[in-house]
Design a protein around this ligand. Sequence first.
Ligand SMILES: Cc1cc2nc3c(=O)[nH]c(=O)nc-3n(C[C@H](O)[C@H](O)[C@H](O)COP(=O)(O)O)c2cc1C
Length: 354
Amino acid sequence: MLPSTLVARLQITLPIIQGPMTGADTPALAAAVSHAGGLGMLASGTRSPAAMAEAAAQVRRQTDKPFGMNMFVQATPSPDDATVRAALERLAPLYAELGLEPTVPAQWCEDFEAQFEALLAARPAVASFTFGILSAAQVERLHAAGSYVIGTATTLAEARAWAAVGADAVCASGMEAGGHRGTFLGDFVASMVGTLALVPHCVDALTIPVIAAGAIMDGRGIAAALALGAQAVQMGTAFLACPESAIGSAYREALNNAQATDTRITRIFSGRPARGIVNAMMERLQGDEATVPAYPIQNALTGALRRAAAQAGRADYLSLWAGQGVGAVRPMPAAALMQVLAQEWRAATTARAT
Ligand SMILES: Cc1cc2nc3c(=O)[nH]c(=O)nc-3n(C[C@H](O)[C@H](O)[C@H](O)COP(=O)(O)O)c2cc1C
């Protein structure tokens, strides 16, 4: 089988990208995936510029293979006091249960411009983005730094917009995917397009490579995505269960026991729709869906609560991001998972050919 242009350009041997996962990926996970022939990723949306540099250096200490870094395209908000106070009041009873008082965080999010400079300085093989879109000039600066640019799209219009600013590839993220929806153009509800519908639509309309994301859990899924015309897959939930991921034991247990019907899209944790396993916090705050402030305000306001819950080993007040494929997680080291995925993909491809 001839390597796709994306695989050849990135000098990887398997068309498998480990999805960037804020709060869950680690340099060890990224290095293991890259070392095994895929592309490891470091989610950098909430990493400070110094932490971005350190994480990239840690991957480079573990492997000389290419890896990628991912960022949230966002502006620092300036919410009014009344909005913040109302949001804190709604969260106060939950904080109280963990013996805490909610406070206004020191910052709403990392400064995007500073992070972008850190990304240019880190010069990863791949720079990928979600939540928004870059300008053509920003894409050009990344190209000049030697990075291959991937934009996340949840609709064909978003995929076209990324192609128009000069992105090298688009990650078509179906509604089955775990974590936040990357939607940045249309309405969130209308942009809930499934992987099977989104990927071929993007493949047919674009001349740049398309990466399929959303509920791809095994080699059959990889073969199916490639049959639709994708040149690679991006898998998040499957890698979340690896011991190299940073999630705690309560999250790990929830992941191992969940089925597709246990996940739901919610904005109560962060203010941006995201898919995760239903828990007590989701159910208790369900009525606030429409009123919680937008990302990153709600995300920052619930941050201390979620960190405390993680420390206390309580899955009920954690954001348990996971995709609809969660029932198929196979907890094993990333290197072993990569080997299994490669075998399954080859078997599925051979079966299709015979
Ligand atoms: C815990 C978690 C955190 C994630 N964080 C990010 C992120 O920071 N940036 C991003 O572009 N995608 C993020 N994603 C999406 C993944 O990179 C990937 O596209 C998605 O998980 C693919 O769908 P799957 O979970 O069904 O495999 C996250 C997903 C999960 C499960």
